[in-house]
Design a protein around this ligand. Structure first.
Ligand SMILES: NC(=O)c1ccc[n+]([C@@H]2O[C@H](COP(=O)([O-])OP(=O)(O)OC[C@H]3O[C@@H](n4cnc5c(N)ncnc54)[C@H](O)[C@@H]3O)[C@@H](O)[C@H]2O)c1
Length: 358
């Protein structure tokens, strides 16, 4: 019989309540033991909703609970690395929400803590678990595309700044790039086999800033939910547009484009890869090639799944790694490389130069 894993969730705002806790609840080998949130009322309410016997205001108390074997870290970004390190040192396995850290140095400290304490550390890069992403990876591994030399990925929102702590660089590490760019960068590099980055040219901007929209949107952090009137400068000091050209080894160039606010017609989520024999697009899944002197578009059938289901699959993988001791798909080593690229994009934008990664 598979061992039951006692689960603690730290930071029970939007993503914990919507995706992590329901994701664990469905797993027969997971038992939700405790939650922690500095907002004690929220901690108690969420604990009651998901049947967790313990609700703490201080996450250190959750980490001291021996019934907790593994934690999800769902706090604002600036706490991902320190909370993950505390959890690893307390002997807990960690599923950290993205981004893994605010900098390469922090990600390296997390990696060291995961190695020293021999615990599973996984970043919740749930786009990897989309069935179309898994299928594209299989085609890449089968050599369908020949030499892959170019990829494009974008997540563009016309108006979709989350505001609140997400927009305060000190708390989030950055804006659209570190929030949604991290997903697109990761999923594209994952499909390509995580090629080593060599050079980075990045541009980040905030030009539109705070805007007023009568219709209410999603993406809002828990503390701002239901607030009709936004604070004066809710766009904060974070980037709302990020562009980057990333040259990877041996010779693959990735163009990344993300926005929280951009005056375009409609939102875009798109990833494309291009090789000498064929190319492909993820949304909707299509392969572009030539056969018998004809251009051919192939559309293997693959059913996209709801977003919450991608979290459930990431959680399933996390639990499997705890049982088997295998490295998770998105581990601490890869988190360091991801942070190197994000740091380089911000640095390149600030300095106006190409950054060469050693
Ligand atoms: N993988 C995804 O697709 C995805 C989607 C949304 C959010 N996220 C990530 O999840 C994280 C949380 O985002 P959210 O939208 O749920 O934010 P949120 O603001 O709604 O929730 C954060 C919660 O953390 C609590 N908190 C803050 N400091 C704490 C501390 N020291 N100890 C315990 N609790 C603390 C807050 O009170 C709040 O309840 C972010 O890092 C975000 O990037 C990931």
């Amino acid at each position: 019989m598979v061992e039951q894993v006692g689960i603690g969730v730290i930071g029970v705002g939007t993503i914990a309540e919507m995706n992590h806790l329901p994701g664990y609840q469905r797993q027969p080998d997971a038992r939700i033991v405790a939650v922690a949130d500095i907002n004690q009322e929220r901690a108690k309410a969420v604990a009651a909703k998901f049947g967790a016997p313990y609700a703490y205001a201080d996450y250190h108390e959750l980490l001291a609970n021996p019934e907790v074997h593994a934690v999800s870290v769902c706090t604002p970004n600036f706490q991902h690395a320190p909370v993950s390190i505390d959890a690893l040192q307390a002997g807990k396995h960690v599923l950290s929400e993205k981004p893994p850290a605010l900098s390469t140095a922090e990600a390296q400290a997390v990696e060291a803590a995961a190695v020293t304490n021999s615990r599973v550390y996984m970043v919740c890069l749930n786009h990897r678990f989309r069935p179309e992403v898994q299928l594209l990876k299989r085609y890449v591994e089968a050599g369908e595309f020949g030499e892959l030399y170019y990829a494009k990925t974008a997540m563009l929102r016309r108006r979709g700044s989350p505001g609140g702590w997400f927009a305060q660089k000190k708390l989030s590490g950055g804006g659209a790039l570190i929030d949604i760019g991290v997903h697109m960068l990761d999923v594209t590099r994952y499909v390509l086999g995580n090629p080593r980055p060599a050079q980075v040219l990045g541009i980040t901007r905030q030009k539109i800033g705070s805007y007023f929209l009568e219709e209410y949107r999603s993406y809002t952090p828990a503390d701002m939910r239901g607030i009709g009137q936004r604070p004066e400068n809710w766009a904060g000091d974070a980037d709302e547009l990020a562009l980057a050209v990333i040259r990877m080894e041996p010779d693959i160039t990735l163009y990344l484009e993300v926005s929280w606010a951009l005056n375009l017609e409609k939102d875009v989520t798109s990833t494309e890869i291009f090789g000498t024999k064929a190319g492909a697009r993820l949304e909707p899944f299509t392969i572009f090639t030539e056969e018998m002197g004809r251009l051919v578009d192939r559309s293997p059938r693959v059913q996209p799944i709801p977003y919450s289901e991608t979290h459930a699959r990431a959680i399933r993988h996390f639990l499997d790694c705890i049982h088997t001791g295998e490295q998770p798909l998105s581990d601490a080593k890869q988190a360091v490389v991801t942070m190197q690229i994000l740091d380089a994009i911000y640095e390149s934008s600030e300095k106006g130069t190409l950054i060469v990664l050693s």
